[in-house]
Design a protein around this ligand. Structure first.
Ligand SMILES: Cc1cc2nc3c(=O)[nH]c(=O)nc-3n(C[C@H](O)[C@H](O)[C@H](O)COP(=O)(O)OP(=O)(O)OC[C@H]3O[C@@H](n4cnc5c(N)ncnc54)[C@H](O)[C@@H]3O)c2cc1C
Ligand code: FES
Length: 589
């Protein structure tokens, strides 16, 4: 008979960590006497970061004494106390390779159902003083698990744990954990997991993505699509010269460059929504600059087209405007990106402002080339007719679609701009405008433009009933950071590291979205830590090669891993939390 050995609770507190403050509820203390378990929590318990922990599916975290013994031996430690692994229930019995998702247990007055393994996160490593802990829990098949509360009631240390029902498919916690995190993801296992209603919705979404990959429906071929959005591997590594074969004005400030392979062979097909990296040398004495440009031409065409807005004082866009000539060659990195038009038969909303039209124009091109029967709405915001790129081209493309609608908003139309012909409405494309149009709720929306525009459109579409999973955005700059639990401080602009380690500098590291190049030095530890030293916005969760939150496109160069990640990232990407450069690299950060 399994037993509840200790009931542990703790409220979030601030902890100093690597020069920042982390708000975390990982420190739990044993409670003597009865504790009431409620649907979302035990009384007296809380989580610092509800995005990753807590909530109905993750109300109670369970960890086993047997695993305590395993880690004591493995780490040669004898200082563990109950609650050491952040768990609410320390139990004797209920091993991860015996307990199944969907199993139900009675403890004291309460009834529980097993929903998912523990999610990997750096905070368990923080609590144990062992940064690799998140990876070790997975690789040693000892994650522990979460339960939802079916019947609220009191529990206390010493209560017997009575199994009430077995989950369907008898898939153990250890098996489900390995199915998501370890390489392989066998199809049959994914199908079985998806037949367990008790499995939490988050894990179901991950397994559905992996299954789509196994079915070949998804556009990726490597990496873990259950943990991050993946894309096909880049068609070539690093940069290749391509010839400029056309230069066209598109509006007062935007011009297009058409690129062809130097041997005049057709270029590898890009997917609608992808972007290229271009490497330029505006200053012959300075480091090269790398900039991304979304492909605006028809996906599958023999040439690529990019459309560049000349930014006042912008290094690359000004250089291209002033120096690019037909017949010149440019160093071009293969198309990349995960802002991709999904294959479906549901409606499509393409929303853009200014030069943000480029990736959604490629999507419109793809839909028009297929004469797609889908309902397609084109919403574009521009200042006036002089600053309205691709006006004629989009009209023609929309005309080829049987079910298209177009809404053009000019914020400051000129006298010569014709309402009803050049534009639909005067004024800005704002939340209320979108709401008034009542877009279809089953549409997938693709948005690109300035940050405030994308924020407004996302809010507007959510208010119209579109689920978050149907709203996709492309950011023409650094992505927002994901730093779970870290108490937000000021976000300085990316800069060279404040302290440059002594000794010989290593390969150069370019953070392309942040426009920063800096030399590597082993003292930084990992590429993630170098990015942090430069205040380049980064995304991470486990910091030890399990969760793929830090997966970043590697525009050029190569990396080595230490420790080896649990599963390698998609080809052409790097897990920056556990890698170092082995050559000059460009990271899409
Ligand atoms: C995925 C992706 C897709 C993209 N697609 C496109 C696209 O299709 N078309 C496109 O045009 N861009 C696109 N971009 C943006 C593009 O990569 C460049 O960031 C953009 O062209 C600006 O680069 P730049 O070198 O000209 O400007 P930078 O020199 O990098 O300057 C950036 C900004 O700072 C301002 N600035 C620079 N120096 C000064 C100064 N001294 N004083 C005041 N302000 C200053 C510039 O005006 C500019 O707005 C995309 C970016 C990403 C990440
Ligand atoms: S942060 Fe989890 S794999 Fe890098």
């Amino acid at each position: 008979m399994a037993t509840l050995v200790s009931v542990n609770v703790g409220m979030p507190k601030d902890v100093a960590w690597r020069g920042t403050t982390v708000r975390t509820g990982i420190w739990k203390q044993p409670v003597t006497g009865p504790v009431t378990v409620r649907r979302l929590n035990l009384d007296g318990d809380g989580q610092g970061d509800l995005a990753g922990h807590g909530g109905e599916q993750r109300a109670v975290l369970v960890y086993q004494l047997e695993s305590y013994r395993h880690w004591q031996q493995y780490m040669k430690r004898d200082d563990f106390v109950h609650g050491q692994f952040g768990e609410n229930f320390t139990v004797d019995g209920l091993a991860d390779d015996e307990v199944c998702i969907g199993d139900r247990y009675g403890i004291g007055e309460a009834v529980f159902e097993v929903t998912q393994p523990r999610v990997t996160c750096y905070r368990v490593g923080l609590r144990l003083g062992e940064p690799q802990m998140a990876a070790l829990l997975v690789s040693h098949h000892r994650p522990g698990f979460y339960m939802r509360v079916l019947t609220e009631g009191r529990v206390r240390a010493g209560d017997e744990i009575v199994k009430i029902a077995s989950g369907p498919e008898t898939m153990t916690v250890a098996e489900i954990d390995a199915l998501l995190y370890l390489p392989g993801h066998p199809r049959q296992g994914l199908e079985r997991a998806l037949r367990i209603p008790a499995l939490s919705p988050g894990w179901q979404t991950s397994f559905r993505a992996l299954l789509a990959d196994a079915d070949g429906d998804s556009q990726s071929e490597s990496g873990n699509s259950g943990l991050t959005i993946t894309a096909p591997p880049p068609a070539w590594p690093g940069f290749r010269p391509q010839e400029i074969v056309g230069i066209e004005p598109e509006s007062a400030s935007i011009f297009s460059l058409t690129l062809a392979s130097v041997d005049h062979e057709p270029l590898p097909a890009a997917l609608p929504g992808q972007y290229l990296g271009i490497r330029l040398q505006p200053d012959p004495q300075g480091p090269p600059v790398i900039r991304n440009y979304s492909l605006s031409g028809r996906p599958g065409a023999e040439t690529y087209r990019i459309s560049v807005k000349q930014e006042p004082h912008g290094v690359a866009s000004t250089y291209l405007r002033q120096h690019a000539r037909v017949g010149d060659t440019l160093d071009v990195a293969a198309p990349r990106g995960t802002f991709l038009l999904k294959d479906a038969d549901t409606p499509v909303l393409l929303l853009s402002a200014g030069v943000g039209a480029t990736p959604v124009l490629a999507m419109l091109q793809a839909l028009a080339a297929q004469r797609s029967p889908r309902r397609v709405w084109w919403l574009h915001a521009a200042r006036d007719g002089a600053n309205h790129p691709f006006a004629e081209e989009t009209r023609t493309l929309l005309g080829r679609l049987p079910a298209s609608r177009s809404f053009i908003f000019y914020s400051a139309p000129r006298d010569t701009d014709r309402p009803g012909v050049d534009y639909t409405s005067a004024g800005r494309l704002e939340l209320e405008r979108v709401r008034d149009l009542q877009p279809p709720q089953d549409a997938d929306a693709y948005i690109c433009g300035p940050e405030t525009f994308m924020k407004d459109m996302t809010e507007a579409l959510a208010a119209c009933g579109l689920s978050a999973s149907r709203i996709h955005i492309e950011i023409f700059g650094a992505r927002s950071a994901i730093t779970p639990g870290v108490v937000a401080g000021p976000a300085p602009a990316p800069h060279q590291p404040a302290r440059v380690p002594g000794g010989r500098a290593g390969p150069s590291v370019s953070f392309t979205r942040s426009g920063l190049t800096t030399p590597w030095h082993p003292e930084y530890g990992t590429l993630l830590e170098l990015a942090e030293a430069c205040d380049v916005p980064v995304r991470w969760s486990c910091r030890t090669g399990v969760c793929h939150t830090c997966e970043t496109a590697l525009v050029t160069g190569s990396v080595g891993y230490s420790p080896e990640p649990v599963e390698l990232p998609a080809e052409g990407s790097a897990l920056i939390c556990c890698s170092t450069p082995t050559a000059d690299i460009g990271l899409d950060l």
